[in-house]
Design a protein around this ligand. Structure first.
Ligand SMILES: Cc1ncc(COP(=O)(O)O)c(C=O)c1O
Length: 354
């Protein structure tokens, strides 16, 4: 008989890979834990999820994911505190956002219990895979995609929901140099920019390759209409500090409603930082860089947490940011990771004990 955890059937692997992993030198998202959660949508409903050994899956060549890109995903992290409690950060927000993304791509929405109980069962089975080293975590990748067959350009009738996990170290090695995009767009009004749809990322790769060839690591996307307003980076929302005001753009149907972003806004306010959520024009940032009032720029997202920006390129000109001693980026990063890893009180109720 297979075990049941939280009412989820668990089929355990016979051979663990954990002894092959060097937990002191983890890269990001390249090593995968022993198990995954798997759940199929067929006959008009989501079937009971199961925890199964991590393994390749077989799909029909006509599966609609390959042709019409019906695919959405999430990114989350699990941490272990000193007492080996397994902790998540605002997981219900990821669940809700996955369904928001699914709805936009005409993918059937998941029941909350399948996501949450399935995730908890998976983390219990693979709890030894959660790194404890500072800066490391178990990266969690829930995703849903169309397995239904056929070349008709219409929504599939079958889908698969999988959660797999990867013990991971830092996403970026150090500060990043970014290019403010003037030509390409990642999203448009009425489009799918607010969804975590796989295709949104595919569309970014080519312009990002061009930026990398010019010596930058990331693109800062601007609005598709005028390219005058800063929107977000590859997998991060963007914050700009001008003098002592921290500014981030409002979310819209072009921008992902980042969980790190909204947490940073709340944290910064409680630290007494003046926060403005408003459109940020490229000319304002360039002007601030020229007159010295631009103090910091950083990206915020689950993978990188807070990633300081060293400088940016715009219209063939490079602008460096100052090297400050005490940055908002470092104090906010410490505050959020201390909450995530149970090093400090969590007055917001964001931490979730598995
Ligand atoms: C396009 C985009 N923007 C922003 C974010 C940051 O969102 P979160 O803080 O919820 O990870 C992500 C990552 O999920 C992303 O892919």
């Amino acid at each position: 008989m297979n075990a049941l955890i939280n009412d989820i059937e668990v089929i355990k692997t016979k051979t663990t890979k954990i002894n092959d992993v060097d937990f002191d030198h983890l890269s990001f998202g390249k090593t995968f834990s022993d198990h995954m959660l798997e759940c199929d949508y067929k006959d008009g409903k989501w079937q009971a999820p199961k925890v199964v050994p991590y393994a390749p899956i077989t799909l029909d060549p006509s599966a609609k994911i390959f042709h019409y890109g019906q695919s959405v995903f999430e990114g989350m992290k699990a941490y272990k505190d000193e007492d080996d409690n397994v902790l998540l950060f605002r997981p219900l927000d990821n669940f809700k956002r996955l369904n928001i993304s699914s709805k936009r791509l005409a993918i059937p929405e998941l029941p909350e219990a399948y996501f949450m109980e399935g995730l908890k069962a998976l983390l219990k089975v693979d709890s030894d895979w959660i790194p404890k080293k500072d800066g490391s975590s178990l990266y969690i990748r829930p995703f849903v995609f169309a397995t239904g067959k056929g070349f008709h350009a219409s929504p599939a009738d079958e889908y698969k929901f999988i959660i797999c996990t990867a013990p991971s170290g830092a996403y970026f090695a150090g500060k990043v140099k970014v290019l403010i995009e003037e030509k390409y767009s990642r999203s448009a009004n009425g489009g799918v920019g607010f969804a975590k749809a796989g295709g949104n990322y595919a569309g970014q790769f080519y312009p990002t390759q061009l930026a990398i060839e010019k010596g930058y690591q990331q693109v800062i996307w601007t609005d598709d209409n005028t390219h005058e307003y800063i929107e977000e980076a590859g997998a991060m929302n963007i914050f700009v500090r001008i003098n002592n005001t921290l500014i981030t753009g409002p979310t819209s149907d072009r921008i992902l409603d980042g969980i790190t972003r909204k947490s940073i806004i709340e944290l910064a306010k409680t630290e007494g930082i003046n926060v403005e959520v408003r459109k940020i024009s490229v000319s304002e940032v360039v002007e601030a860089a020229k007159n010295g009032s631009l103090k910091e720029m950083f990206g915020a997202g689950t993978a990188a947490v807070i990633s300081p920006i060293a400088g940016f390129g715009y219209k063939d000109e490079d602008f460096d940011l100052p090297e400050l001693e005490n940055t908002y980026a470092s104090s906010l990063k410490k505050r959020i990771t201390d909450i995530q890893t149970n090093k400090v009180e969590d007055p917001f109720g964001w931490r979730y004990n598995v």
